[in-house]
Design a protein around this ligand. Structure first.
Ligand code: MG
Length: 254
């Protein structure tokens, strides 16, 4: 067993109940933000919607202040992969917007993300969204007790690459619980039948980051925003799942 595996924390069913409550609140927040994402709306407007929603629901934002992140949610437009900082940028018809939300409720974290269309988008952009979403669905289906972590990453990668897109190498999903990011790290690419054994009690935030063009990424001057190096579009989808004796439950689905 590797050092990383030793730090993996398995959750009891009571703890999964608490994570489900946090996950569902995060899912409601994600819906609320996505609903407001229209042409002419600034990403700061959406950040304010998030802050208000979290406050009203007795939770705390997970990202605000995390390693110095300055806003409540991550909003990534077009070629921005993840970790976009809300600001004065106005969304425009044809944009795609990655919305990543995280909350802390009663000591437990909820984390989920989705990329949505602003108005009418190109057929190519729509295909990227559809494929990325399907990639996450397939990876969740592969996250089964008795399987391996590599099965999950392999499912993610193969759906994206079969469509002619690429997965991001440098970022991925993670364990989640009383900490926002726990072990194991869950890459967007991997080999089936390899990696740590998936066991009941494991709670994972699975994240797909898919680029329309090449896999290579860059970072913006703000120190946070990850962009595609070739300027192509990028999509991000994330759900938190709990692996149990009875199967795998998506905690961030309402
Ligand atoms: Mg996450």
């Amino acid at each position: 067993m590797s050092v990383a595996e030793r730090r993996v924390e398995l959750k009891t069913s009571k703890e999964i109940d608490a994570l489900r409550a946090a996950g569902r609140l995060a899912a409601r927040l994600l819906d609320a933000v996505c609903k407001e994402a229209g042409s002419g709306v600034t990403t700061d407007d959406l950040d304010r919607v998030s802050a208000e929603f979290i406050r009203k629901n007795g939770a705390r934002p997970a990202f605000l202040g995390y390693r110095g992140f300055p806003k409540t949610v991550c909003l990534s437009v077009n070629d921005e992969v993840v970790h976009g900082i809300p600001g004065p940028r106005k969304l425009a018809e044809g944009d795609i917007l990655g919305v990543d939300v995280g909350i802390l409720l009663n000591g437990w974290y909820g984390d989920t993300a989705r990329t949505v269309a602003v108005g009418k988008i190109s057929a190519g952009a729509q295909k990227l969204l559809d494929v990325s979403k399907e990639s996450l669905e397939q990876s969740m289906r592969a996250a089964l007790a008795g399987g391996r972590l590599g099965d999950v990453s392999y499912a993610m990668q193969s759906v994206v690459e079969q469509a002619g897109f690429s997965v991001v190498r440098e970022y991925g999903g993670h364990g989640i619980g009383r900490a926002l990011h726990e072990d194991p790290h869950v890459p967007c690419l991997g080999k089936a039948g390899t990696g740590m054994r998936l066991t009941p009690g494991l709670v994972l935030a699975l994240e797909v980051m898919a680029n329309e063009g090449k896999q290579d990424i860059d970072h913006k001057q703000d120190g946070w925003t990850v962009v595609t190096k070739d300027g192509s579009l990028s999509a991000h989808f994330e759900h938190t799942v709990a692996i149990t004796e009875d199967g795998t439950e998506v905690l961030t689905r309402i």
